[in-house]
Design a protein around this ligand. Sequence first.
Ligand SMILES: Cc1cc2nc3c(=O)[nH]c(=O)nc-3n(C[C@H](O)[C@H](O)[C@H](O)COP(=O)(O)OP(=O)(O)OC[C@H]3O[C@@H](n4cnc5c(N)ncnc54)[C@H](O)[C@@H]3O)c2cc1C
Length: 298
Amino acid sequence: MKPASFVYHRPTDLGDALAALAEVGHDGKVLAGGQSLVPVLTMRLAAPGHLVDINRLAELRHVTVTGDAVRVGALARHTDLERDEPAYAVLPLLRRATAHVAHRTIRNRGTTVGSLVHADPAAELPAVLAVLAGEVELVRAGGGRRLVPAGEFFLGPLESAVRPGELAVSATFPVPPAGTGSAWLELSRRRGDYALVGVGVLVTLDAEQRVTRVRAGYVSVGPTPIVLDLTDAVAGQRYDEAAWAAAGALAATLVHPEEDIHATAAYRRHLVAVLTSRAAQRAGADAAGTGAGTEGAE
Ligand SMILES: Cc1cc2nc3c(=O)[nH]c(=O)nc-3n(C[C@H](O)[C@H](O)[C@H](O)COP(=O)(O)OP(=O)(O)OC[C@H]3O[C@@H](n4cnc5c(N)ncnc54)[C@H](O)[C@@H]3O)c2cc1C
């Protein structure tokens, strides 16, 4: 199939892009990497009258490390973020999760911010933004600006808080407290497929290497990214003796996955338990400096 016809806008600066979005309102869509939008258009699941292509807005292609966060511009490709060494140094979970997004060719074109706006519950970066309690910056013509926290950004499957006329210009991923390690694990049928279940875990240790905090963010277990606080399961235990299976068991009692053509609800719950305990163990070792949190895809 081919897309329905549309008017193509190709602004060269942010002001023109916002003006075009304001003019076309409900009938317009932003075109970023096109890795999700183009399939949607060709299958005619959407038929916007206008596409506003932001690929010439070079000012939006950046990954910036500030003192306490990594800010990702709207045109930063998945690969830009994955390969950014300063971002990896302060927040390795970004690379650990991004390496699982689709295949290299898709990561070369698709954008991190586009993935957040697309809000696929099976996508990695929305769960990372959620578990880190990050936020998305939205702007519109006339100077309107909103900072939307992750907890309010993902409204449902393929539904985010972006309103007609708005452009998401950046996303901010806060650096977790000192003593925190991370890991990302997921299971998919084939390498590069969307995960049946995926989890990013953050474990924080105190000076005696005892667990003070465990947070986990999940993909494919609910309509939006799910974030759980699992601290109670292992609080006060040394990272190398902690009963990590208890964290997985707790997580399994707190999620409510649904069955679909890919997996039963019971299987997804089982994966939550297994992947959580393994990822938490790795994140604990990462926090202690004795193990990596899973670089690259497995
Ligand atoms: C075969 C295949 C496998 C994939 N597997 C995975 C996977 O395993 N994990 C994963 O996370 N993703 C996966 N993806 C999706 C990929 O990550 C996309 O890059 C991402 O979902 C969307 O980014 P994009 O830049 O391509 O956005 P686009 O496709 O250009 O846009 C997506 C949506 O977001 C809107 N939008 C984009 N940017 C903005 C903005 N700055 N402001 C406002 N609205 C905006 C668009 O209007 C559109 O509605 C896969 C894609 C394909 C084709």
